[in-house]
Ligand binder design. Structure first.
Ligand code: 13P
Length: 249
């Protein structure tokens, strides 16, 4: 059966010493749920975070990577570089990467291939904008994001893929999708996968929700049958809040 996952996306927050002090606070927390726990520090802090969290049960993951193995891509980081500092999982396709760094579905398909070729796990993010939701086009948008980036893969690849539905209008805004809106979309995502790959594959893939998940709404969101966890931004920068969400299962 698919696993529950709570991942903290720290985005471009916390220098080295702030990262270390957040990790110290994380290690003081008690996990009472079965959820897998992951945190994504900024690239410069991955190696120290990996060493500090080794053996703690909290996995250190990356926020992004390039699709090429190496070469003339100033400022970029490759899959093998991430792996060399202990990182096994990468977030790809976050809406901030799509919006501010012009990441396209086509580019993301290449990044996903590179991660899988390097035996990495991918948390693939997608989600509609407010205008899409208002015009009733949200399912079409999500369906095409999934198809364009993932549907070239063989069914077997989905053992290494986690999906994260993050409606852009709910990220950092304090506005969450209602638990029913999240459930409806997650069920739609699972059906989209089932139509292409069959129910067994669709049922085995964890689908996370992201967008203003907080300690006071996590229980209700995570109670929905197709919501298998969360990708947490703001609330993951506080160890107690983050573990309140981890323990909301
Ligand atoms: P917030 O939890 O701050 O809304 O961010 C969600 C997110 O973008 C996680 O990747």
């Amino acid at each position: 059966m698919r696993g529950q996952i709570v991942a903290g996306n720290w985005k471009m927050n916390n220098d080295l010493s702030e990262t270390e002090s957040l990790i110290t606070s994380l290690k003081a927390q008690t996990k009472t749920s079965n959820a897998e726990v992951m945190v994504a520090p900024t690239a410069t802090n991955l190696y120290s975070a990996y060493n500090s969290l080794k053996g703690s049960g909290v996995e250190v993951i990356a926020q992004n990577m390039h699709f090429a193995a190496n070469g003339a891509y100033t400022g970029e980081v490759s899959a093998s570089m991430l792996k060399s500092v202990g990182v096994q999982t990468v977030i790809l396709g976050h809406s901030e990467r799509r919006e501010y760094f012009n990441e396209t579905d086509e580019m993301l398909a290449k990044k996903i291939d590179a991660a899988l070729e390097n035996d990495m796990r991918v948390i693939f993010c997608f989600g509609e904008e407010l205008a899409d939701r208002k015009s009733g086009n949200h399912e079409n948008v999500v369906e095409s994001q999934i198809k364009n980036a993932l549907f070239h893969l063989e069914a077997d690849a989905f053992k290494s893929i986690v999906l994260a539905y993050e409606p852009v209008w709910a990220i950092g805004t304090g506005e969450t999708a209602s638990p029913e809106q999240a459930q409806d979309m997650h069920a739609f995502i699972r059906k989209t996968l089932a139509d292409k790959y069959g129910a067994d594959v669709a049922d085995s893939v964890s689908i996370l929700y992201g967008g203003s998940v907080k300690p006071n709404n996590a229980v209700e969101i995570f109670s929905k049958p197709d919501v298998d966890g969360g990708l947490i931004g703001g609330a993951s920068l506080n160890a107690e809040d983050f573990f309140a969400i981890v323990n909301a299962f």
